[in-house]
Design a protein around this ligand. Sequence first.
Ligand SMILES: [Fe+2]
Length: 351
Amino acid sequence: MELEAIAKRIVDKQGIPVTARDVARAFAAVLASEDIWRIVDLASLPVLATCEALWAFGERGWVRFAGGRVLATPEGQEAARALGIRPAQELPCPRCRGRGLELEPFRDLLRDFQRIARNRPEAAQEFDQGYVTEETTVARIALALARGDLAGKEILVLGDDDLVSLAAALTRLPKRVAALDVDPRIVDFLRQAAREEKLALEVVQHDLREPLPPELLRRFDTFFCDPTESLRGYLAFAQRGISALRGAGCAGYLGLTRLEASLAKWRRIQMALLEAGAVVTDLFPNFHEYVNWPYIETMRAWPHLPVKRVPGRYEPWYRSALLRIELVEEPRVENVRYRGDIFTDAEAATT
Ligand SMILES: [Fe+2]
């Protein structure tokens, strides 16, 4: 079976767990678009797995790479028919872009947030940064408000190149907002914005590989975090967030991609969240759209791409799901120190 053989090749060469079903997803993406970034997006696989699949399709004559595009050949169309694979279709709701949220009441917040965010620091590869669009940050705040996790609550943001703490504080609804970030540029930017806008926003420079300061443990109602996606890094960030929550009924908001996390990794992450005392209450695929970062050509996945094109700044291909978790038991996590590189694993693509 061709799809199984390609899946095995991806497992052997890239060390990424994929199934024949995943290879079919990559092929369905190829049938839907000739654009490499749209294919990567629609395939919903770790980027390096999609690249390896594309090379395998090329060797079988199912696609050819020409003029910076990925073109399905007549042989590829015939193989798709034989395998029962149809072009990928996303079918998002045109009004809410699939988020299921009405953002009209947040128009003023978005305007103020965009005005302040205009001078934000650019994403840095050193810290695996890459921020979401301003509309995405406001949508996150809207969802937290709708879930009762914002107004009158104490909120912690762990790693804040998305400026979530700023958007949260601008609503003037939370009781307290605190942000931790390792990058002095982000810390300075948030502090200056807090001064100028007279916001109740505390900002602490902190490396999340280090344990949380004791005064932040078990103090918050809600946390936000868009972790780096190596399994170790992801769990480090998520567990820090959980350890900051007061207890049962408190909530966390986390990003998670399909582009740097296989479903096998999703499973391990979900099991770790459950074991920590939490349950996943909400999951929105593709809730987060990222602004393309300036280090595309030096990111880990770049040499693997069969066709190379630098995407435009606002040409979203890198998207992630939003998970809301809620503690139903006392938080069970250890506040340990992590050493070394927490950013890289076999599935990492954008580090
Ligand atoms: Fe909708």
